[in-house]
Design a protein around this ligand. Sequence first.
Ligand code: PEP
Ligand code: CO
Length: 390
Amino acid sequence: MPAAQQPDWRKHAAYDEACQGLASAPPLVTAAEVRGLRRSLSALLTTDALLLQLGDCAESFYECTPWHISEKLRVIDELGDRFSELTGRRVIRVGRMGGQFAKPRSQPTERHGALIIPSFQGHMINSEIATPMTRQPNPERMLWAYDAGDRVQRAMRTHRRGDGRTPETEGPWSSHEALVIDYESRLIRRDPDTDELYLASTHLPWVGERTRQPADAHVALLSAVVNPVGCKIGPTANPDDIARLCAALDPRREPGRLVLIPRMGRDRIQEILPPLVRRVANAGHPVVWLSDPMHGNTVKTRLGLKTRHLDDVITEALRFRDIVEESRQHAAGLHLEVAADEVTECVGGSVGSEDELPRHYTSLCDPRLNAGQALELVEAWAKGTATGGS
Ligand code: PEP
Ligand code: CO
């Protein structure tokens, strides 16, 4: 099957061993956990609960230490708690964590002075260090991704059982873009209780904007497993595409199965999203609609740094909510790129202008909100929520 964005590494000396290692490895998440999240997402639709999914654009192998993981979980807790307090609703929390190690790229190469080298594709594929050697794809990295993912998944499991502050059903669950077919396809396992196939690399895999073609490998892979599955939807989508995609991913129209994540851009969402929501509703798919108000609002500064303006992000999120609710569907919440530390990658809140961006810009890929900026967004969303709350 055609599969976009795959590393060319099949002739690498470590390829077969890496694939075999993954195929015989224990599952990173259990089938019971995956069923738990499916039930939570299904209940979300009937109870008007919310979903908050957040984390790095690209997770780093170097930031899978106990300290880094606990910092990320702290930010998820704080934002999730605040979202819940302000809206008076239950909030299911999902981290972009435990496997978010592979990135689709719009350009396969990049220029450094006179040198043209492969782009960074995430730690599962190559190194962020910009030399021709370190940017070669290395399949052994899939095993390192598995080990790093395992550390994160174990910490998240302990945290879920935690102190009983939030019910275990509210997470934090793991998620990542299921991009590298060699990795994901070898982590499919059978649920020992139901005999069904599930993807054991993460609780909630999603298909990215660049790999969502219904006849291609990524959609086929997620069609074959029972996990809840997400799909990003960019501004080039039309209602027919999305109807086909929903038919492939959710043929039985099961609540809790499908999470659709528009990422259109603050202006384009107005025209493009309404007919998509109507089409999906008419086709009878009980979808969890989530806004990614970041990926359609990326701009470059004068110095060539990628950034996003919090105003644009907030505008898209609120427009999303209005559009989804106009079709009497449930606007379930937000999918965000947020760092655990005080980064200055997006403009707004504590970052007054583009001139302040270089102060603490550490993202391996896209610009992330810091927790304060994310809180402003959550507050803006909550302000317009039509229920009690505090
Ligand atoms: C991402 O979530 O980092 C990403 C690459 O998103 P999209 O597929 O929507 O571009
Ligand atoms: Co990103």
